[in-house]
Design a binder for this molecule. Structure first.
Ligand SMILES: Cc1cc2nc3c(=O)[nH]c(=O)nc-3n(C[C@H](O)[C@H](O)[C@H](O)COP(=O)(O)OP(=O)(O)OC[C@H]3O[C@@H](n4cnc5c(N)ncnc54)[C@H](O)[C@@H]3O)c2cc1C
Length: 477
């Protein structure tokens, strides 16, 4: 056994250099636990290749010896997709050294980057050329383009620019066979057979390893205006969304709903959050508009709209940011919530999407049902409501109750997801399935969908080396 492991390590070292094969416990540790500290695994080694050929060489070794591969980018995923199981048989292939960012092609409006490029660095490279790469999420300082693609990440600007799938024109992939598929085409039209890139996007490392991508970039908006608005209930936020879409000439870029309970979590870090909690509004909406028009025009538009909304009692109060710093603080409040939740101990998270017309009914009914069954819980809600995407999270009213919450996870998930399905929604909007939602997938998807997904997996990864038991459990031998 030990001999076999040692000879594998030698083969890996031959492929990428000894320095980049991490096999000591202390070196492996940071790669073996997920961001939320819910999933812990073990691995024979962490492999850190520097380019696509090295990735292909590693996949060939793994295929020959049937060693399971867990691809990993920034390790910020929220469903345990990048964490190996506890057996210690798998290797983690960390893509972070594939971080090349080519200069943007301004005429074609594209940028080609390695899978290990950090999202923030890609945004910065576009910005230097007065362009926008619009994917934006709270983990952008450490998540990678490969991870964003593998989870089809969404974030706060989907409303205007779409999710990662919409932003991608081409991919380079190392297949489960160890072959390199160069599909780095910057074409907006290409109907030449099946769209292979769309299979790999959102496949969470179960079909192949994404090594590079050609992505869309956009003109940088001249003006950005951010506002925080207090409303009484979720229904008012939906009515406000319609008003903004109808009245504002600028592009609505973000429309985020945050419950006051979520704001409380960050109140000790932001004065503005404390102000928002005065006057007892139950919900806060963060709105961002971006435009090629002048700031004066957009500011006037949003101020007029908010005044009308206050006159008609749709909105209780609102603040329009008067500086970049204030706008950053508004976003800081929103983006600090996921991390602040960690202090509450065990959090039962739900990343759900619903038709926007069902959102308010869902919140009302589900809150009432949960509270009736478990009066000692708190419900923390925030999310990209403009896309119908809520983070609907359950914690105990104190740390002691939260610690016991794990025993109720199954029942709570069942109740929430039953309501999601009654309201025609989905139990995974943007975080994927990973290992966290494997059971839900088989329970909630039709047998036709499961059969098709299993057939795709079998045909692209017949030996089940790519991220086994993620999305769905492997077929018994
Ligand atoms: C604070 C916080 C806020 C977040 N907010 C959002 C949000 O608003 N919207 C959103 O969509 N997500 C959000 N996320 C989760 C989001 O999915 C990740 O942040 C990001 O997209 C994952 O990138 P990563 O490089 O960290 O991937 P990892 O966590 O390393 O991996 C995620 C999955 O992708 C696979 N993978 C990674 N790289 C590759 C590759 N090159 N080829 C094939 N498979 C690969 C892994 O095996 C795993 O299954 C948030 C996470 C955090 C911690």
């Amino acid at each position: 056994m030990v001999e076999k492991a040692n000879s594998l390590l030698v083969e890996f070292a031959d492929a990428i250099g000894e320095e980049y094969v991490l096999s000591k416990d202390e070196d492996k540790a940071p790669y073996l636990t997920d961001w939320g500290k819910r999933f812990k695994g073990n691995a024979l080694a962490i492999l850190r290749p520097k380019n696509t050929s090295e990735v292909a060489a590693l996949v060939k070794v793994c295929k020959r010896h049937r060693v399971p591969i867990v691809p990993q980018g920034g390790n910020t995923g929220l469903c345990g997709g990048a964490t190996p199981d506890a057996s210690g048989h798998a290797v983690v292939i960390c893509l972070r050294r594939l971080n090349q960012i080519k200069p943007p092609d301004l005429e074609n409006a594209t940028i080609t980057v390695g899978a290990g490029a950090v999202l923030k660095h890609v945004q910065e490279a576009a910005f230097l050329k007065n362009r926008l790469f619009p994917l934006s999420l709270a983990a952008e300082g450490s998540c990678t383009i490969g991870g964003n693609l593998a989870t089809n990440a969404g974030g706060v600007q989907v409303l205007r620019y779409g999710n990662m799938r919409d932003l991608t024109l081409g991919l380079e992939v190392v297949t489960a066979n160890g072959d390199i598929w160069n599909g780095l085409r910057g074409l907006r039209k290409d109907n030449t057979g099946y769209s292979l890139k769309d299979l790999f996007i959102g496949s969470e490392g179960t079909l192949g390893i994404i090594t590079a991508a050609t992505l869309k970039i956009f003109p940088l908006p001249k003006t950005k205006i951010t506002a925080l608005v207090k409303v009484n209930d979720a229904a008012s936020s939906i009515a406000l969304l319609q008003q903004v879409q109808k009245v504002c000439s600028a592009d609505l870029t973000a429309f985020e709903l945050i419950s006051s309970r979520a704001i409380e979590l960050v109140a000790d870090r932001f004065m503005l959050a404390q102000q928002l909690l005065q006057d007892q509004a139950d919900w806060i909406v963060l709105i961002e508009l971006s435009s090629m028009d002048s700031e004066e025009k957009i500011r006037l538009d949003i101020q007029n709209l908010l005044m009308d909304a206050m006159d008609s009692k749709l909105v209780l109060d609102g603040i329009v940011a008067d500086s970049i710093q204030q706008s950053k603080t508004m976003w800081g409040i929103r983006e600090t919530i996921p991390e602040a939740q960690l202090q509450l101990g065990n959090v039962i998270k739900h990343d759900i999407s619903l038709p926007i017309s069902e959102l308010s009914k869902f919140i009302q009914t589900t809150n009432a049902k949960l509270k009736k069954t478990w009066p000692d819980i708190d419900i923390i809600v925030f999310g990209h409501v403009g896309d119908g995407n809520l983070h609907y999270n359950i914690v105990g009213m104190n740390l002691e109750i939260s610690a016991l919450l794990e025993n109720r996870r199954g029942e709570i998930n069942q109740l929430v997801h039953d309501q999601v399905y009654l309201h025609n929604g989905s139990f995974s909007a943007e975080h994927g399935i990973g290992q966290a939602k494997v059971t839900e997938l088989t329970e909630r998807k039709s047998s036709v969908e499961m059969t098709l997904m299993r057939a795709i997996k079998k045909s692209l990864d017949p030996l089940t080396v790519m991220n086994p038991d993620k999305i769905f459990l492997r077929d018994p031998d």
